[in-house]
Write a protein that binds this ligand. Structure first.
Ligand code: SF4
Length: 357
């Protein structure tokens, strides 16, 4: 996951490089040179010389700084299906990049080498906001994906890079835990095109004990994205015995249908033992199938199974005529029967963002 191949002129920097941090945008000053970060619901109060919980924002003599503005620790050109976004320009490429840091601490973190590290622990390439979309165009990527670690922690950079991308006709997607306050989310919604939100469970106790966050804040984000008409897909990683209770899955499906609508794609993803949860087995495929059937029965139109290549749950079916619309194999599109946003068989409108360049 770390790294990426360089273009000429790009250089990997190490901790010896004199990196200049950039003043953070979302904070307020308190007495005694303390600051309070207002970027995410943790709202850390940080003394001078200390960092916030995410380890990428630092108080220097009463001024708060981002330590990861443009400090890119990994980049790759990925299929958009890898994010996963299934209803957003299928078959296109997303120039995908990451920094260090995250504002939560999932015990199963699948990208802990980036997300649970301090900036100085990783080599990096320095990007200016406009360089991200220039690089995306060079790589023939239709979009830029801020992914692998939590994009919220470098919102300042993303807002500027996404505005530059829009001016060049490149779309921007965020792969996020949704743990962000209303004001920075609103600034992002002005310039980004799609969000994938990890809904990690549907109980506060799981968020408290396994994630170190709050479910209610993530649900607020989902509703705000809906209100702002930002295309959103949801991923739910099923961790055996911890968040696979049918009752809470049913409650989640009902909540999604009532608050976001039945057209929001929901992806059930397979867990593999990683980081601090190596004691649990991979998710049984039957558990993914049960969860999918339960949510389809609850009225959601597009429910997928991820991390199981070749499974029929990877495909998109028309909710009206039930014929297959997009056949996938892993990250590849085998067939696509959506034309101008409609089912080629019956003409039903299919929710999503379908045009590419
Ligand atoms: S973004 Fe980081 S510093 Fe700011 S409130 Fe969240 S965890 Fe704390």
């Amino acid at each position: 996951m770390l790294g990426g191949s360089l273009l000429s002129g790009e250089v990997w920097r190490t901790r010896d490089f004199a990196y200049e941090p950039v003043e953070a945008r979302y904070y307020r000053k308190l007495d005694g040179e303390r600051v309070q970060c207002l970027l995410c619901p943790h709202e850390c109060v940080v003394a001078s010389g200390r960092r916030g919980h995410c380890q990428v924002r630092e108080n220097r003599d009463g001024t708060y700084f981002s330590l990861i503005y443009g400090r890119i620790a990994a980049f790759h050109n990925d299929p958009i299906e890898k994010k996963p976004l299934y209803h957003f320009m299928p078959g296109s490429l997303a120039f995908s990049l990451a920094t260090a840091g995250c504002n939560v601490n999932c015990k199963f973190c699948q990208n802990w080498e980036l997300a649970q590290r301090r900036p100085e622990d990783l080599p990096f390439v320095l990007y200016r906001p406009e360089e991200v979309s220039i690089r995306a165009l060079e790589w023939r990527s239709s979009s830029i994906a801020f992914t692998y670690n939590e994009p919220t922690v470098y919102t300042e950079f993303i807002v500027e890079a996404a505005a530059e991308a829009r001016s060049r006709g490149v779309k921007t997607v965020l792969i996020s835990n949704g743990y962000i306050n209303e004001k920075p989310l609103g600034d992002l919604c002005e310039v980004v095109d799609a969000y994938k939100i990890d809904l990690k469970a549907f109980t506060e106790s799981y968020y408290r004990e396994v994630v170190n966050g709050r479910l209610s804040s993530v649900l607020d984000t989902l509703i705000r994205l809906r209100e702002r008409k930002i295309w959103t897909e949801i991923v739910y990683l099923i961790v055996p015995t911890l968040n696979d209770d049918p009752k809470s899955l049913e409650q989640m499906a009902t909540w999604i249908r009532n608050n976001l609508g039945d057209d929001v794609p929901l992806h059930f993803s397979r867990f593999y033992p990683k980081y601090k949860l190596k004691n649990l087995p991979p998710t049984p495929i039957t558990a993914l199938e049960k969860a999918r059937n339960l949510c389809l029965d609850a009225g959601l139109h597009y429910v997928y199974i991820g991390n199981v290549p070749g499974h029929e749950g990877e495909n998109t079916y028309c909710p009206q005529c039930h014929k297959m619309l997009i056949q996938r194999l892993g990250y590849r599109i085998i067939k696509n029967h959506i034309q101008n946003g409609r089912c080629l068989h019956c003409g039903n409108e299919i929710a999503g963002v379908w045009q590419s360049f």
